[in-house]
Write a protein that binds this ligand. Sequence first.
Ligand code: BTN
Length: 283
Amino acid sequence: MPLQPSPDPAAPTPSPVATRAAELAAALGPLARDFALDWVSECASTNTALVDAPPADDGRIHVLVADRQHAGRGRRGRQWLSWEGASLTFSTLWRFAPGAPAPAGLSLVAGLALARALEQLGVHGVQLKWPNDVLVHGDKLAGILIDLLPSRGRPPAAVIGIGLNLRLPEGHGIENQTGVTDLAQALESAPPAPPAVLAVILTEMHRLFDTYAAGGFPALRGAWQQRNAFAALPVRIVSDDAIRTGICAGVDDDGALLLRTDTGMQRILAGDVSLRPLTGDAA
Ligand code: BTN
């Protein structure tokens, strides 16, 4: 039997977050060299951290994962609640070549990559709610927040933050807008460990962002529309300046939502979409 080197008793034990980062790198395989991975036990918000202090461009995609966020941010100024061990919260910093496709499409591509990763993990019934909420049978499983970095003459860059519910605690107190779910419920079994889940997501993001960089959103539009939670359904869109109603007619080539209204087709660039109740309330 070959002799095994005995562990060096003087070697420091790696911290839990260093262990998770090493597990993530191992799960990514050769793709790991395209990423700079940083896993911390806590921070205010992984998006804010990367926006406030973007790491120098070394050609890699920077990833910041936090076991715990104490000021997690959601879309449209909302708060994002998460719990250690119950949620996967991370952000990635992507830099694009000059003249890259419109940012609106990027937001949808991020949602599509997350949806496909979840399907690979075995989740059925994954749907996308414009622009990029990930739902399972109508309940929200994950959300995405995109912050564009001021380019100041540099290539465009975006921080893409993802919050994925793994196993929500009892009485989690998340405001029940559309209903929320978690990966354990969606899989009907214990979810894989966070580094394994994250490796699948990063791999899919890498793949789809390459496609997006080469062909823009039109190359991925069909795949997005196949998962559109509100396809051909009556919807209400609440934005800062108006409430609009109509039939959801899919998305345009640049990622804008298409709303068929009594006065014609409208392109929506921002807002919250919800299913319009059928009980007479047209507002
Ligand atoms: C939403 O659905 O409103 C978007 C939620 C995005 C939450 C993630 S968690 C990791 C990253 N850091 C943040 O502060 N927010 C995003």
